[in-house]
Ligand binder design. Structure first.
Ligand code: URA
Length: 425
């Protein structure tokens, strides 16, 4: 087997055999296939696609490049969620302890943010003392009590994907449904969860801009999960408007805690409960009532135990940015659009995100929304508050927001787009 013949097969629109896939993924992981060869193959896949059988084999090869965790000895069924990423998407924070409060064990392996979407670990690390790197033994202990863990994936979990994802990031080959589906699902299957709900985002602030692409990605991932014995379903949800009223690390933690306290923005609560219902049903916990667990404080109790287990202080004040800038409404009317991409880029430029993997993030930086689509607003009243430690960034963030919000004086019949657009599974 040689890399050039594998690349040529895909370049010419052919299908890769099982043996070609197994070899190229394993040889790339070992360093025997060079980065430039894998980049050429990734570009050929992006341009010519892979069929379902090729994607399934590619995913299996990436899982086989490392360890697959096994939590079948736990007394509770395992359940997890994965989101394809969006602006203000803090759902993992309330959802993880909520699922634990409802009887599931949640092995949530998360990442750090890159670009305009935030990463769950960056959000959690804004909690004083929080530690994302935990040992295997700690992970197993946390899954018993408090019943959940949110940590960084270890090096031995789908190492082929770790290497390939870095390469795709710098070679313009991220936006390929077969490569995204196999990348996400290889990690989630290797993580050892028995049930998985996917939140596939579509809209300006998401990877997928078109509904048909989001649906195809969702269907591909659901069938990959099912093929590997993971009960999987997906919700397709709108991401043209940020989720909730905050984008930025500590700002989002604050909002997540509001949800766990029984309040919080209606869209965050709606999506948290919808994803919880899916995950609990897949895990066989059909009698559990997630709305009750939010209302009676049992999810909040799990959250506090989760934060404490990770070394954090659930009562410590969250970091706040040193400087604020309030953007006011230019007109009176109804807000019809708050563009998720514009808000995501502004939060990133204020210091909430990073450009390179090794960059630090500002825990207090971000954007707060005072109005969402459907809200009435008066000229001169606060529309957005920008938060940063480095005020020289305000101008640059404001540029990103230019044209990002629409206020219509009299939008007859305007209703905001529903959040949950479809279900696959
Ligand atoms: N997230 C992943 O883990 N992989 C992708 O390819 C895209 C998003």
């Amino acid at each position: 087997m040689d890399a050039i013949s594998v690349i040529r097969t895909k370049r010419d629109g052919g299908r890769l055999t099982d043996a070609q896939i197994d070899w190229v993924v394993a040889a790339y992981t070992r360093g025997e296939v060079a980065d430039e060869q894998m980049s050429a193959l990734a570009m050929a896949v992006l341009l010519n696609g892979m069929d379902r059988a090729e994607i399934a084999r590619w995913t299996a090869a990436m899982i086989a490049s490392g360890e697959r965790m096994d939590f079948s000895a736990l007394p509770r069924p395992t359940a997890d969620k994965h989101s394809t990423g969006g602006v203000g998407d803090k759902i993992t924070l309330p959802l993880t302890p909520l699922l634990a409060a409802c009887g599931a064990a949640v092995p949530q392996l998360s990442g750090r943010g890159l670009g305009h979407t935030g990463g769950t670990l960056d959000k959690l690390e804004s909690i004083p003392g929080w530690r994302s790197e935990v040992t295997r033994a700690e992970m197993a202990a946390f899954l018993r009590d408090p019943g959940c863990v949110i940590c960084a994936a270890t090096e031995d979990l789908a190492p082929a994907d770790r290497k390939l994802y870095r390469l795709r990031d710098v070679t313009g080959t991220v936006e390929s449904i077969p490569l995204i589906a196999s990348s996400i699902m290889s990690k989630k299957i290797a993580e050892g969860t028995g049930a998985l709900v996917l939140d596939v985002k579509v809209g300006t602030g998401a990877f997928m801009k078109e509904f048909a692409d989001a649906r195809e990605l969702a269907a591909t991932m659901v069938s990959l999960g099912e093929d590997h014995g993971v009960r999987t379903s997906a919700l397709i949800t709108g991401m043209s408007t940020p989720l909730g009223r905050t984008a930025g690390n500590a700002l989002e933690v604050r909002e997540a805690v509001e949800v766990l306290a029984g309040g919080g923005p209606a869209d965050v609560v709606e999506l948290t409960l919808a994803l919880a219902r899916e995950a609990l049903d897949l895990a066989g916990l059909t009698a559990a009532d997630p709305a009750k667990a939010l209302a009676d404080g049992s999810a909040m109790d799990r959250w506090r135990r989760l934060v404490t287990a990770h070394g954090g202080d659930p009562d410590a004040p969250l970091p706040a940015a040193r400087e604020r800038h309030v953007l006011t409404a230019e007109a009176t009317g109804v807000v019809t659009r708050v563009d998720a991409y514009a808000v995501g880029v502004a939060a990133w430029r204020l210091g909430a995100g990073r450009t390179r993997k090794e960059d630090p993030v500002q825990p207090g930086a971000g954007v707060e929304l005072h109005a969402r689509p459907g809200d009435r607003i008066t000229a001169g009243s606060p529309l957005l508050t920008l938060h940063t430690d480095t005020p020289e960034r305000f101008g640059y963030a404001l540029q990103a927001l230019d044209g990002g919000v629409t206020i219509a004086p009299d939008p007859a019949g305007f209703t905001p787009e529903p959040l949950i657009l479809d279900r696959v599974g």
